[in-house]
Ligand binder design. Sequence first.
Ligand code: LLP
Length: 423
Amino acid sequence: MSHFSYQNGVLHAENVALSAIAEEFGTPAYVYSKATLLDNFNGYAKACAGRDALVCYAMKANSNLAVLDLLARQGAGFDIVSGGELLRVIAAGGDPRKVIFSGVGKTVEEMRLALDKGVLCFNVESIPELHRLNEVAGQMGKRAPVSLRVNPNVDAKTHPYIATGLKANKFGVAYDDALDTYRAAASLPHLEVVGIDCHIGSQLLDDAPLLEALDKLIALIDTLAGEGIVLHHLDMGGGIGINYSGEDAPVQVGDYLARVFERIDAWRAEKYEGKPIKVIFEPGRSIVGNAGVLLMSVEYLKPGEEKNFCVVDAAMNDMMRPTLYEAWMAVQPVTPREGKALTYDLVGPVCESGDWLAHGRELAVQPGDLLAMMTAGAYGFTMASNYNTRGRPAEVIVDGDQVHLVRRREQPQELFALESLVK
Ligand code: LLP
């Protein structure tokens, strides 16, 4: 459940009016609801209760330290894709022993850092990566815990840019090559083969492709066990979609997890002789997506012959999803006003025709009005850039009637502080 609602005609985050936040911290600003964040995490935690399971939040969705800290305190692990993300986890008080290291391009330095901090597992995506990790671990006198990201070749039925489990994608080891790759991993002295994982795509509204992938992983685990390669965990990746449009009907997290556990229980009872297997999930969007909005102000209204433009102070560099994926994101007035609505394209100040946030929206607005882009908590701030030397927005977390500034707005001087002139 999301804790953004209209109270006395003003859109609130929990008990705080977004207009009060705009006044105090300016716009554009990302505003997150702590209660929504924790409700979402607890949806996973509850469904995992009493199970050997770990929820590793995919922090690429939103890696603000305060968000990580709140989740770490609930017992979350983290799915990371860089050394930088690992340092964030540690800075936020997260436990590296609950960290899964994903990604196709891990560098030697990143492997060293992760081995030094003692991460739970490396999700390895290729044979050359296995060899590199074996070498780095050997130099450090360690054995690296390894899982292979297997590409189960199922169609996740989502946007091509965020589908990852097809043969044509760069991710993972092809299903048909998985056995040989496991044999190679098991033969390397500084690796310890511990698990299997997959991640087939993001914003999935149906869990059927995920369950299909699960069946394929289970079959592989059985084959591997027959060869004496016994795995201790099965990582389902992330991917559960959320409701962006009011019409999307995503699968409920509790239902999906129940179906996963049901299959795993049936399989273990029948075939796997009850051998222990930890189940890992790597949700990102479904934890933070509806816990955040992007708050912005209307600068100008620009009526045109073909289109009306509503120019706001947020831009594509603050929220990439619409222009990058043609993603539809809801936009709501903070204080709805009476009067005639016009159809607007919502655009920002960046010098690109691609700088748009929404197309063809019915809005009754005036310059100075506040708008909120809803469901913007995932892949919002983390994908923001400084294009056009624009400082990234402030980030704020609301907890009941308390407001915490968790990242202040970047100042222009900070954006070129690392640069120097040719001597
Ligand atoms: N695990 C792995 C290995 C991943 O690559 C991802 C996301 C996740 C977990 C989390 O997936 P989620 O539960 O959030 O669907 N920027 C895009 C989404 C890219 C997703 C990349 N991988 C967007 O804004 O739609």
